[in-house]
Design a protein around this ligand. Structure first.
Ligand SMILES: [Zn+2]
Length: 73
């Protein structure tokens, strides 16, 4: 998985809209392009907020797999 900050790209690559909330790059300069594997077709775009939500979910899932329990007071 490769994560690219769209803001660092040039020209016609500076586009995309979030697959979660449909926000456009013009509205969110923190937009990320995420490429799964080496197949360029499996590319998704996520705005900054949805990207961080995804990271949180992945971290939670990973911790669960490792048998880590997150305790909150
Ligand atoms: Zn979003």
């Amino acid at each position: 998985m490769k994560i690219v900050d769209i803001n660092t790209l040039k020209g016609s690559d500076r586009h995309g809209s979030c697959i979660e909330c449909e926000k456009d790059f013009a509205e969110d300069k923190g937009m990320k392009r995420i490429v799964f594997g080496t197949d360029q077709k499996r590319t998704i775009f996520l705005c900054d907020k949805c990207y961080h939500d995804l990271l949180k979910e992945m971290t939670k899932k990973r911790l669960k797999e490792m048998g880590v329990e997150i305790c909150r007071k």
